[in-house]
Design a binder for this molecule. Sequence first.
Ligand code: GLN
Ligand code: ZN
Length: 769
Amino acid sequence: MTPKPAAAAARATVYGYPRQGQDRELKKATEGYWKGRVTADALRATAAELRRATWRRLAEAGVAEVPTGDFSHYDHVLDTTVMVGAIPDRHRAAFAADPLDGYFAMARGTRDVAPLEMTKWFDTNYHYLVPELGPDTVFSPDSAKQVGELAEALALGLTARPVLVGPVTYLLLAKPAPGAPADFEPLALLDRLLPVYAEVLADLRAAGAEWVQLDEPALVQDRTPAELAAAAHAYQRLGALADRPRILVASYFDRLGDALQVLAQAPVDGLAMDFTGPAAANLDALAAVGGLPGRRLVAGVVDGRNIWINDLSKSLTTLGTLLGLADRVDVAASCSLLHVPLDAAAEHDIDPQILRWLAFARQKTTELVTLARGLSLGTDAIAAELAANRADLASRAGSPITRDPAVRARAGAVTEADARRPHPYPERATAQRARLGLPLLPTTTIGSFPQTAELRAARADLRAGRVDPAGYEERVRAEIREVVAFQEQLGIDVLVHGEAERNDMVQYFAEQLTGYLATRHGWVQSYGTRYVRPPILAGDVSRPEPMTTRWTAYAQSLTPRPVKGMLTGPVTMLAWSFVRDDQPLADTARQVALALRDEVADLEAAGTAVIQVDEPALRETLPLRAADRAGYLAWATEAFRLTTGGVRPDTQIHTHMCYAEFGDIVRAIDDLDADVISLEAARSHMQVARELAAHGYPRQAGPGVYDIHSPRVPSAEEAAELLRTGLRAIPAERLWVNPDCGLKTRGWPETRASLENLVRAAHAVRAEL
Ligand code: GLN
Ligand code: ZN
């Protein structure tokens, strides 16, 4: 369909852009500042230059309205905490003395003061710092950062739109401050917070902002009537302000659902909405509420959190429909481009025939500008772009990389029985007991041992050709010998090889599986100055060769005790990658599961009696809307069972997850049909053990008794006390003794001391049985 030209010319815009710079200059400057090698002024100058470079690049590409205020020295939610003056008491003095150091102290803590808690930003892999609010919180406006960055962009002669975390989302993301009643709801502070937003809006107006964007992604989650009423109230009040810029309320990551009615009725000047993935439902919903007559719609039609090129003609069709629903339609990505890497053109190692399928932030910007032109001037004006886009899409769809007949035939032939172990858990448990002969309260670890600087250097040497593969192999074997000897000496019951060969639990496998691509510069911010390079799951997945058996078998050859095989599960392999958007996630998960199933079979054939399949991401990819969760959990648990379902009854399957609250997915965890699960529990005093018991969880579990997130060494008595607590919920026949998670981030001295105490605690508590 050819959309008719829009009355007002459509503009392209974005909500945010990667902050780091082409060579991660921001990371270098920030870490340099922390180490005292870069001055505060130099850091600020680097940041300002990066902002200017981004704006210029956006403007040169044809983006008509650039975002400001989306830049951050660490995190935009922390920036909002500063903007509303909600500095926690324990940070006030430092913040008053030096705002930059105080800011970083809130983010990272100091020797004396704990940082704010960090948690995932919705279902992305970005982490924000959780505001701490209580009944005594007093807000006060500090618009300096927002106003300053707006002024910088205006000084370049650009049209700019400040982007702020909205007041409802800010409060919904907060948690009760230490000392506040546990049932305190930060949303109760809304009436105190709104005047602060009113002042910031007035300041931005005075500084020259025509439009201001308030981001309310929390409204795409299931919200109570009270929360929706609070949102209605907030935008009534902000909308009624006399001295304000025009307000654009943005939502992304999912559909608005009931919140759409609320926002459509609010006296604001425009909405920015997501029309990709599950949020495509916004299209019909918007028509159903009668659209946004007389107002502005910013349409997120380009996926802002994945790296594939857009289907331009499909987007134009969507935009054409939307033209009938609002006064003015502008074109955007579904969310901030913070969640994708900067520039696909920098990937010189990727085959150009594949590179044409990829769009990072820079390429997405071009897509937006093209779409805005097509929407304004008609499809003829972008005929060349549309033809090139069609060719690129056809190249992807027809490529042998995306269609491997053998993989498809195998996945298509999977039956329900393949994803079920034929023997029920109790029978397997008996067979495993006979084979393994473990004591009560068996001890084990989660897999990795400290990744020392020497190990990382050895890997760098291998990459640089300074050491040959055989030399590297011997280096890893030496590490395995040390780790096995250490565990034997300590008297751990089920050993691990230590994962010395793994750079990262997903990347290690992605590098060996067909269908995955690696990037060289595809950095995405995870938190603060930490960036990750997620692999790209681009094609059909298969496993050309065993990936782990030689290390596990080598470790097993050194000891009569069982050595656990270690794999990353299919859901986590998807969750920490960029996934295909040309087939359902369930199909991709099934392919990965079948590849891992081959690895499980090879481990078993090599004599491995215990195999652990880690799924730390099972819960974090849970859909934002409850209505979508059952469907997700069905394919996610099936993929796990497909990975593990082919083994003998006397082969013991472990899984591991690292979160302490999982009441909402305990049924799914049972559905994995693993024999043993290890979980994070030390900091919550074995809360998970009680939750498992409350749900009648019938299998074995290892709630962690050693918090590996800090270098602190737990005493044997402390670990024993946690075990006794665990025993009150889980009987001794089903309780394991292990740390919360892998030890790769720890140093050797504290690892040694902590595991010694862990084994001592197990012995002490066994003697009490
Ligand atoms: N086996 C992995 C390790 O020990 C598990 C890591 C994780 O749960 N994130 O490192
Ligand atoms: Zn873990």
